[in-house]
Design a protein around this ligand. Sequence first.
Ligand code: ZN
Length: 122
Amino acid sequence: MFHIYCPWCQEHRAEEEFHAKGPAHLARPKDPEACSDEEWGDYLFFRDNPRGVHHELWVHAVGCRKFFNITRNTVTYEILETYKIGEQPGKSVQAEVVTLPLRQEAREAANESVKVQAGGAS
Ligand SMILES: [Zn+2]
């Protein structure tokens, strides 16, 4: 068991009291009505699974029930910092934060890879 620092309670609590809720700082589309079904579906359901340091949204579910962000390394499980919603990550983080590619760019890259493979096979 390890402990997580809740920035609202201002103390370390057992990890069983917390739940991860996905990536932090996820930008909601400015005009959801203008989104295609695919764009809205990407926003609602599809998440990347980065390797390395990134920001996650967590909730202190069995404690104060408030949401906050964690900067965490997904390789080592090290938590570099926690901070409240509305705050920016601290400058104490030395590790490089993983930048997620836009889903459309990733899809185009995957399609390009498939085309190359298909072209090579024929
Ligand atoms: Zn708390």
